[in-house]
Design a protein around this ligand. Sequence first.
Ligand code: ZN
Length: 58
Amino acid sequence: MHCADVRTAISARADGEELPPGVSGAALDAHLPVCTECRDWEKRVHRLKVLTAGLRLV
Ligand SMILES: [Zn+2]
């Protein structure tokens, strides 16, 4: 599984969208523990989501 596919799926999942074709939640969960870069990406995605959610409330 390529990191690019994983990151696309992470973004989709964070937005509550469907995962891209060919990417399962189980595959994501299997990739994250072994890939530091994608874990960091997921953290950034969630932080950004929190920030933008806060902006909408203002
Ligand atoms: Zn990765």
